[in-house]
Design a protein around this ligand. Structure first.
Ligand code: AMP
Ligand code: MG
Length: 390
């Protein structure tokens, strides 16, 4: 049995970065920028008014000073002339500041009669002008790799980058195994249950940035499992669920070996999730997850997330671990790293009393996996422990 971190290191060896593809900006959210991109213009492209008011010369600004309004500048419509002494231009937010002007008095500080304005309140020091290139200048880059969020999409749009180079989403095929499984919406026989992990893992992997295909459920016989694997050619990662332990009906190890899988490891010293298996079939990485629903989901967080990140060109392996103080006593841990379903609120962590790896209700109520290292001693209330938010 290997440790969780050894297993993760081995999984990185199986994960290759996907190729670069170009996507329209409108589809770039959540994708990983693959190459640096540069602004093709300054923003703003001219000095622009930040307020509605009057553009004039700063050195002429004083209380009760009067100006003649000689024209108007609105967003998208500049004033063409040049301002002279004693003149002002009516200006609106986003409009180019006219030549000769270097100050905008906000309209609230001005009284107007026909074409004459008078400064009625002291306008303060701010010129209310956004300088050309104040946000970014032509050539300024956004570096890669970078997971693009909504605010990045807005920035790329402002930079006039309509098509964005991103890493292709890794394609993951999910194979559930088991005679007892029926798809949600199906009609289970008296001895059957609904395949749940498959859907949980699909949702999770999509959140991580993968494209997920759910393949038909493989029955617990070799031809059925072989058929499922044959549908998973050409994907980046094939994930089997169940059938990975050593029971008479656990065929994943045998069938994948028969199909030429080079095994990387089998069994990880963790709870839940010990019977994890990984390897490579040609260009496709393969991970065999345990079937118990919570085990499969926990392994998704611990192993599949860094794999997908790695395939997406992101720095993998840096888990966003956080710490919280324990609200109760906890028994000593055994030799396997334990990922306990827990709830964290206001910096305090409470472990769910029921930790059986089949309990999806407990997992759904949890927002953290509390991590107990191998052979950790018994813990007392108030102890600080690490957890993975889920
Ligand atoms: P196995 O690893 O095949 O021995 O499965 C362990 C347990 O997980 C058994 O109780 C299975 O019925 C259950 N199981 C396996 N695959 C799934 C699945 N896709 N959805 C829900 N439960 C599953
Ligand atoms: Mg099974």
């Amino acid at each position: 049995m290997i440790s969780v971190s050894e297993a993760r290191a081995a999984l990185f060896q199986l994960s290759s970065v996907t190729e670069v593809e170009q996507v329209p900006l409108a589809q770039a959210n959540g994708r990983v920028l693959a190459q640096p991109v540069s602004a093709t213009r300054d923003q703003p492209p001219f000095s622009a008014s930040a307020m509605d008011g009057y553009a004039l010369k700063r050195h002429e600004v004083e209380l009760h000073a009067m100006f003649q309004v000689i024209g108007e500048a609105a967003a998208g419509h500049r004033f063409d002339g040049t301002l002279k002494a004693g003149q002002a231009v009516r200006i609106f937010t986003g409009a180019p500041v006219p030549d000769g002007a270097d100050f905008v008095v906000i309209q609230e500080d001005v009284g107007r009669k026909k074409d004459l304005i008078t400064i009625l309140n002291h306008p303060g020091d701010s010129d209310n002008i956004r300088p050309r290139g104040g946000d970014f200048s032509i050539g300024q880059t956004v570096n890669a790799p970078r997971l693009l969020r909504a605010s990045d999409v807005a920035l790329l749009a402002a930079m006039n980058i309509p098509v964005v180079p991103v890493f292709r989403r890794p394609v993951v095929a999910l194979i559930s195994t088991g005679d007892e499984l029926v798809m949600p919406g199906g009609t289970p026989g008296p001895d059957q249950i609904i395949a749940s992990n498959t859907f949980g893992l699909k949702a999770m992997l999509e959140e991580f940035g993968a494209e997920v295909r759910i393949l038909p459920i493989a029955k617990d016989n070799e031809p059925s499992l072989k058929m499922a694997f044959s549908l998973a050619r050409d994907v980046d990662l094939v994930v089997t669920i169940g059938g990975a332990s050593v029971g008479d009906h656990d065929l994943v190890a045998k069938v994948s070996a028969d199909l030429g899988m080079e095994r990387s490891f089998y069994k990880v010293a963790m709870r839940p999730g010990k019977p994890l298996m990984a390897g490579r079939m040609g260009k496709t990485a393969m991970v065999g997850l345990p079937g118990n629903p919570v085990s499969a989901m926990v392994c998704g967080h611990i192993f599949l997330r860094p794999m997908i990140q790695s395939m997406l060109g992101l720095q993998p392996g840096v888990e966003p671990l956080q710490t919280a103080t324990l609200t109760h006593e906890l028994a000593a841990n055994g030799p396997r790293e334990h990922y306990m379903r827990a709830t964290v609120a206001a910096g305090k962590v409470t472990v769910s009393p029921a930790q059986d790896s089949s309990l999806l209700t407990v997992l759904a109520d949890a927002n953290a996996l509390l991590i107990l290292p191998p052979n950790a001693p018994a813990q007392r209330p108030g102890e600080t422990l690490q957890y993975l938010p889920i």
